[in-house]
Write a protein that binds this ligand. Structure first.
Ligand code: ZN
Length: 217
């Protein structure tokens, strides 16, 4: 099947969602970002009274800087948005119209405390003439999760991105996550989780389709 011509446009649009991460472009290269974060993290550790001459700590500022830029916050850089190839939906007319991807593993970082939130994401959509490779849905989740986040924004960013990429109004996103800022500090509640849902199109207005989605969770 030939890839859709919408590929490049989808990539461009989908990073700029209606629900942007508060972000100010500073035009620093990745290398410069790593150098600066390393320098500042060294200061934080020194202020805490840690001895950076110790073998175990000596490379911590560099490790953190590289982890921030290349891994856990790599979704702040639009160039890291995954390549999306859409394929023609040849199954139009079939009665089972809903595509669901369940239990996508989520790891993100809370922007209030910079500690992890971990959970699962379930996504469903009704195709509008084109399908997306299923692993691409996981990659879109990973892209938006690789930012300092709040779960509510993450949920709508994923939904809005898929709405644009797939050109369909019918999108459902459900996230259930445990927040380490709740479990490992503060109230130290290790059992509570937070659920957020974004429903659009038939998932919002058609009770049968909505109920099927919630039953699938
Ligand atoms: Zn937090």
């Amino acid at each position: 099947m030939p890839p859709s011509k919408k590929k490049s446009r989808a990539k461009e649009d989908s990073v700029i969602t209606r629900y942007p991460t508060p972000f100010k472009e500073n035009n620093l290269s990745d290398e410069k970002k790593i150098a600066l974060i390393q320098k500042h993290f060294k200061e934080i550790l020194t202020v805490l009274g840690l001895d950076l001459k110790d073998d175990s700590l000596a490379n911590t500022p560099q490790r953190i800087a590289e982890m921030y830029v290349n891994e856990i916050f790599s979704g702040l850089n639009p160039k890291n948005f995954p390549d999306i190839t859409l394929i023609e939906d040849k199954f139009t007319g079939d009665t089972s119209r809903v595509v669901t991807v369940k239990d996508i593993k989520l790891t993100s970082f809370c922007e209030h405390h910079f500690v992890p939130m971990e959970g699962i994401v379930t996504i469903a959509y009704i195709p509008n003439g084109q399908l997306i490779g299923l692993s691409k849905i996981n990659r879109i989740v990973k892209f938006f999760a690789s930012r300092p986040q709040v779960q509510e924004r993450l949920t709508v960013q994923i939904a809005d991105c898929l709405r644009q990429v797939l050109d369909t109004e019918h999108i459902a996103v459900f996230i259930n996550a445990k927040h380490h800022c709740v479990s490992a500090r503060g109230v130290n509640d290790d059992s509570s989780t937070t659920s957020t849902t974004s429903l659009a199109g038939d998932f919002q207005h058609n009770p049968v389709i909505r109920n099927e989605f919630f039953a699938s969770l």
